[in-house]
Design a protein around this ligand. Sequence first.
Ligand code: ADP
Ligand code: ADP
Length: 233
Amino acid sequence: MNVLEIKDLSKIYIGKINFTALNNINFNLEQGEFVAIMGPSGSGKSTFLNCISTIDTPTKGEININGKAPHKLNDDELAKFRRQELGFVFQDFNLVNTLTVEENIILPLTLDSVPEKTMKERLNKVTELLGISKLLKKRTFEISGGQAQRVAIARAIIHNPSILLADEPTGNLDSKAAKDVMKLFTTINQTLGTSILMVTHDAYVASFCKRVVFIKDGELYNEIHCGDSRVVF
Ligand code: ADP
Ligand code: ADP
């Protein structure tokens, strides 16, 4: 079953000179897959993710997430849809610096008025999975970049989204922290069954995925399947 289906997606930025950032993209993500989109800077990776996450509006084409077309929902439906179906992880963590680690993580649940008991259970589950239980009372400026990204990942999965979207999640991390984050993505994918779509320009990071799709000049032009026999160092 596909959690994400994209048909003939194009994005043209309109300006003095129109710019085609995405050109007729067709792409499916199966439930439980962990896929990397790889390509050089400016190839359209962020635009692609932003169209899926509804930050950007496609110029043409169809996007379906669990059978729903997010771009056809009204604002209220869309806000709810995004909170329930999608989790986001960014390069620069996007944590709220005035809040503690715990407050940052439960933020998506407070917005949806989830009962206190459920909130605590979810918090315990994800913080144990990500190895950040001891950081909960800390402020975001007291933790390292690698820890901040773990907190951001916890916030992205606390509501059990069907798809986790990650835009260069290791872009601000050293190689040791990047490796730790990719191991956590693998754990999330395998133990929670979350489908993950990640963009990166880093081949090492992409090597954690069984399927890697290549983008250049706004077009998906090839993909490789690494299978189970791959070695992850
Ligand atoms: P990547 O994430 O692969 O670096 P982007 O999706 O950010 O690529 O950008 C793809 C291309 O679209 C780039 O050439 C970029 O300059 C252009 N672009 C992105 N956003 C806009 C925008 N809002 N207006 C005009 N051009 C844009
Ligand atoms: P990334 O490489 O992480 O995608 P960028 O620096 O390419 O980040 O883009 C950051 C933001 O600037 C994005 O929201 C993108 O849409 C916007 N942007 C990128 N290129 C252009 C452009 N040529 N004109 C207007 N906005 C742009």
